[in-house]
Design a binder for this molecule. Structure first.
Ligand code: THG
Length: 375
């Protein structure tokens, strides 16, 4: 069932780095924003150990940018997210969920301010360009919305500082999480942020203009030989250990940010009616959720026993013979020697140490709820 091939056509877009990714020996892909996203090079386990010990170069061009420019761009951006954007500036980016009128999550992008009236929404896997264009059209806002020729190359792993320094001859040691610098490359420069979809430390370079993509890839491999650099990708084990959520897997449009544990990225305790903080789409619904509290939340979960298969469909979670939630991602962790997982779990058993049962495809397993991520 998982061994079939997938046909690559124009609709399933390659990235400006794809040629390099094939040459580097990629063995599996997934589809993300209608584009190829590598998922395995050597094996998920080998990739995992390498990510935690060295440094990897990731083709995450599928994290497409939705560019908003024009006089009303700030106004539009502020309507899209519960996140307080008063701190957003040209030297910072922010993780900011997007919500609909009922407070459901439409996407959980990183928002980058590129200039005075220019923003990039670095999206997870859903068609944000359509949503944003619809709002702008309906409100006749003075903005331009497009998908620019920008492709992210991520540098992730404990040796990422060194590798970045080798390539750009700059010191990155003191750069804060989600801060931005310009890095020079050939006859141009790019935005580089300290960010990325791993907890091993790293950077993301927003490579503008695909003509630079392959040279940029090569520059990292040239400069990284002594650092044991390798091609990699978001790792299915490490990201579950880290509690990094995958939109479409761990949360969907039916979930609000509070129950996804993203409350810290939502403005709260603020009276919207004072006008001090701009209203956003879904504010009334989310205020209600905050007032009433949530009935379920996403937790890290440790599942007993040997390695489980991939979680291709949610696995039911039971407590006292009643269904109380579902597992949405799971992987066997070599470092923790147990199955690590993420799942939505109802309040009656969402506390640290609560014991539940998971109906996996290979039988029922005992599991323990954790309030913090594994790493
Ligand atoms: N980088 C960029 N764009 C992206 C992703 C990325 N777009 C798609 C997808 N990934 C968006 N989702 C996330 C999810 C989590 C984080 C970033 C993007 C993340 N979270 C940290 C955490 O939860 O610990 C830190 C959040 C914070 O403290 O602000 O990094 O990876 N460009």
């Amino acid at each position: 069932m998982t061994d079939h091939k997938i046909s690559i056509t124009r609709r399933l877009r390659q990235t400006p780095f794809s040629k390099k990714v094939f040459e580097a020996g990629v063995t599996s892909f997934t589809v993300y924003n209608h584009m190829l996203l590598p998922t395995v090079f050597k094996s998920v386990e080998e990739d995992y150990h390498h990510l935690k010990n060295a440094v990897q170069v990731w083709d995450v061009a599928c994290e497409r940018q939705v560019e908003i420019t024009g006089p009303d761009s700030k106004k539009l951006i502020e309507m899209l997210t519960p996140r307080d954007l008063r701190n957003l500036s040209v030297d910072k980016c922010l993780y900011a969920p997007l919500t609909n009128l009922s407070g459901g999550i439409l996407n959980d992008p990183v928002i980058v301010q590129v200039g005075e009236n220019r923003y990039w929404i670095s999206i997870a896997d859903s068609d944000v360009l359509l949503w944003v264009s619809g709002i702008a059209t309906g409100l006749a806002l003075d903005v331009k919305i497009s998908e620019p020729d920008v492709s992210i190359l991520a540098i992730q792993g404990p040796l990422s500082n060194k590798l970045m320094q080798n390539v750009f001859s700059m010191n990155f040691e003191n750069m804060k999480l989600f801060s931005i610098v310009k890095v020079p490359f050939k006859d141009t420069s790019f935005i580089a942020a300290r960010s990325g979809f791993s907890k091993q430390g790293g950077f993301e370079i927003y490579v503008e203009n695909e003509k630079y993509a392959e040279d940029m890839w090569d520059a990292f491999f040239e400069a990284g030989k002594s650092l044991n650099v390798a091609a990699g990708c978001p790792n299915g084990i490490e990201r579950v250990e880290a509690g990094l959520l995958s939109y479409g897997n761990d949360m969907t449009i039916i979930n609000n940010p509070i129950e996804c544990g993203l409350e810290r990225f939502c403005k709260k305790g603020i009276d919207w009616s004072t006008g001090k903080v701009k209203p956003f789409i879904g504010d009334k619904a989310l205020n209600e959720v905050l007032d009433n509290g949530v009935m379920q939340i996403i937790r890290s979960i440790e599942i007993d026993g040997g390695a489980l298969p991939y979680c291709m469909e949610p696995w039911p979670i039971n407590y006292k013979n009643k269904n109380v939630g579902q597992i949405t991602s799971a992987a066997f962790s070599p470092d923790f020697q147990t199955n690590v997982a993420l799942g939505m779990i109802s309040r009656e058993c969402w506390n640290e140490g609560d014991q539940v049962y998971i109906q996996t495809p290979v039988g029922t397993r005992s599991a323990i709820i954790h309030e913090k991520s594994f790493i």
